[in-house]
Write a protein that binds this ligand. Structure first.
Ligand SMILES: *Cc1c(COP(=O)(O)O)cnc(C)c1O
Length: 375
C-alpha cells in the first residue's frame, strides 16, 4: 500500500526534546519557542511570530485581533478547511463565501469587490496548496474598502508571492505545523503579525488576556488581566520538535518540490488526453509542493477513480466538502453569487500521495494506476 502521507522526521527532534526536558522549562515560551519565533520572523519578515497550538488557534487569534464581532461579515472561499470559517463564526461573524479561480483554486479576486457590504470587515486569503492568491489585487481591494486582509497560510510555509513570504503580506497570517503539513510538530501553528503595534495585543491574547510576556521582559512590574484572551501557546516539548523541522525547512521544501515536479511531468500526457488538469502555478508564485492534486474531467466519476486506486494499493484522497454546502456552513454563512467553480472542484479534485521518501518508482506506479482507473 502506498500511504497518502508519511510525516517526515529529521532525527534531531528527540535530542532537542531531551534538551528541553533538561532545561526544566516545559511550559511555553522557553528557549526553543524563542528560537522558533526568531526563525519565523527572519524567514518571513513579519514583525512578530508567535507559536500556537494549531493554525486553527492562530486563526482565532487573528479574528480577535481584527476586532471581529457579531454581525460582521468576512469574505473567504468556500473551498477551504473548516477552521478558516470557524474562527470568525466563534466571534459571531458571518462567513461570506466567494467562488474560487479555476486555475489555482484560490479566492477569485475579481469577484471579491461585489461581495463587500457595509458589514464587511475582512478578507481571508487561503493559499491553496501553497500557491499564493493574487495578493496585489486583494491588498488593493482591502485598502480601498478599509478591510483587514488575513492570510490562512496553513499550507504556505516556505512559499512566496513576488518574493514575499506567504503569511507576512496581509495584516495577519497563520501557519499550520499539523502532521499533514510540510513542516510539522504533530499539532502546531503560528500567528504572523505584520504591524509592530498589533504585536503586543497578540501576545496578550495568546497569554490568557494577561500582560505576562511584558512582565517577563521587565516592562511592567506585575502581570494582570488586561484584555480578552485564551491559552494559545504550545509547551516547550512541541517547540523543541518544531525547531528540528524548521532548521530543515529548506531541505524539506526542495525534496517535496522534486517529487511534485516528477508527478507534473508524468501526468502531462493525461492532461493532454483531456482526462484531467494539473495544478497551475502563476509566474509570481514560488510554491512549496504542499500537495499534488489533479482535477478530473467532468465525465469521470471520482469515487470510482479513488476506489480503483485503492484496489491497486494507492491511497489517494479528496477534500473539501465546500463549506457553503456543509450543514454548519449553511447555518452560519452565506454564499455570494454562484459557487460553480467551487462545486466542480469539490467534486472532481483528487490528491495524490506526496511525502519525503516516496520513490520515483512508486510515483510511476501511482500514475500508471491512475491512468488505468480513469478508464
Ligand atoms: C490544515 C489547515 C488548517 C488547520 O490547521 P491546524 O493546524 O490543523 O489547525 C486551516 N486552514 C487550512 C487551509 C488548512 O489547510
Amino acid at each position: 500500500m502506498i500511504p497518502f502521507n508519511k510525516p517526515f522526521v529529521t532525527n534531531r527532534e528527540l535530542g532537542y526534546i531531551a534538551e528541553a526536558y533538561g532545561n526544566a522549562h516545559l511550559s511555553g515560551d522557553g528557549a526553543f519557542t524563542k528560537k522558533c519565533h526568531a526563525w519565523l520572523e527572519a524567514q518571513t519578515g513579519a514583525s512578530k511570530a508567535l507559536l500556537t497550538h494549531s493554525c486553527t488557534a492562530a486563526l482565532e487569534m487573528a479574528a480577535m485581533l481584527a476586532g471581529i464581532g457579531p454581525g460582521d461579515e468576512v469574505i473567504m472561499p468556500s473551498y477551504t478547511f473548516v477552521s478558516t470559517a470557524n474562527a470568525f463564526v466563534l466571534r459571531g461573524a458571518v462567513p461570506v463565501f466567494v467562488d474560487i479561480r479555476a486555475d489555482t483554486c484560490n479566492l477569485d479576486e475579481t469577484l471579491v469587490e461585489a461581495a463587500i457590504t457595509d458589514r464587511t470587515r475582512a478578507i481571508v486569503a487561503v493559499h491553496y496548496a501553497g500557491v499564493a492568491c493574487a495578493m496585489d489585487a486583494l491588498q488593493e481591494i482591502a485598502r480601498r474598502h478599509q478591510l483587514l486582509l488575513i492570510e490562512d497560510a496553513a499550507q504556505g510555509v516556505m512559499a512566496r508571492y513576488k518574493g514575499q513570504a506567504l503569511g507576512a503580506i496581509g495584516d495577519f497570517g497563520t501557519y499550520s505545523f499539523h502532521e499533514t503539513k510540510n513542516v510539522t510538530c504533530g499539532e502546531g501553528g503560528a500567528l504572523l503579525v505584520k504591524a509592530p503595534d498589533a504585536a503586543q495585543r497578540a501576545e496578550i491574547i495568546r497569554e490568557k488576556g494577561t500582560n505576562r510576556s511584558q512582565f517577563f521582559r521587565g516592562q511592567v512590574d506585575k502581570y494582570t488581566w488586561v484584555d480578552v484572551g485564551s491559552s494559545y501557546l504550545p509547551g516547550e516539548l512541541v517547540a523543541a520538535f518544531l525547531w528540528a523541522q524548521l532548521q530543515e525547512a529548506e531541505t524539506i521544501t526542495a525534496a517535496r518540490l522534486a517529487i511534485w515536479a516528477r508527478y507534473h511531468a508524468l501526468l502531462a500526457p493525461l492532461e493532454a488526453a483531456g482526462l484531467l488538469r494539473r495544478p497551475v502555478v502563476p509566474a509570481d508564485c514560488e510554491h512549496n509542493a504542499h500537495m499534488y492534486y489533479v482535477v478530473l474531467a467532468p465525465h469521470l466519476d471520482r469515487q470510482q477513480v479513488l476506489a480503483g486506486l485503492r484496489a491497486a494499493g494507492v491511497n489517494a484522497v479528496f477534500h473539501y466538502v465546500p463549506l457553503h454546502s456543509a450543514p454548519a456552513g449553511r447555518q452560519f454563512g452565506r454564499a455570494h453569487g454562484s459557487l460553480a467553480v467551487t462545486d466542480r472542484v469539490g467534486e472532481q479534485l483528487l490528491r495524490l500521495p506526496l511525502w519525503i521518501g516516496l520513490t520515483a518508482e512508486a510515483q510511476e506506479d501511482v500514475v500508471r494506476h491512475l491512468r488505468i482507473s480513469l478508464g
